[in-house]
Design a protein around this ligand. Structure first.
Ligand code: HEC
Length: 116
């Protein structure tokens, strides 16, 4: 019985340590992801804060994300693929910079630009 007590104590300490460790890390769990902030950090330079392309974005060929026709014909998979892989010489790939959860969260930011 004594042994189990010690063991349980250790497991609790490990769980506690893990929680503290993760809470100090940048958004790694889906619920913690601030997608809007990610967009402002990584995408705003070209796509603008409201999905309306900046001069830089326009020059490279970025589109208006609020465009209803584009929203309707584009699938979430296409958006995810674009963020992952980018387009050579136009948009850099983000698959090394962002997690798949973060990329999925960005899809909803892009969708939000289509709703007015
Ligand atoms: C350096 C400027 C730049 C940055 C930064 C950038 N993009 Fe792009 N993005 C572009 C350009 C230019 C295109 C058009 C590419 C093409 O025509 O293939 C594009 C296309 C896209 C598309 C596809 C639109 C379509 O035509 O179907 C999506 C979705 C997208 N970007 C999302 C993002 C997200 C999300 C981020 C941030 C994680 C981001 N972009 C960062 C320049 C940028």
């Amino acid at each position: 019985m004594r042994k189990t007590g010690i063991f349980a104590g250790i497991s609790l300490a490990v769980i506690g340590g893990t929680v503290t460790f993760f809470s100090g890390m940048p958004a790694s769990k889906a619920a913690d992801i601030d997608a809007k902030k990610l967009f402002m950090t990584h995408c705003k330079t070209c796509h603008g804060e409201d999905g309306h392309p900046t001069d830089l974005g326009l020059g490279l060929g970025a589109r208006e994300f609020a465009n209803a026709e584009w929203q309707a014909k584009t699938t979430d998979e296409q958006i995810i693929k674009q963020i992952n892989n980018g387009t050579p010489e136009k948009m850099m790939p983000f698959k090394e910079k962002l997690t798949q959860d973060e990329i999925k969260a960005l899809v909803s930011v892009i969708r939000s630009f289509g709703k007015k």
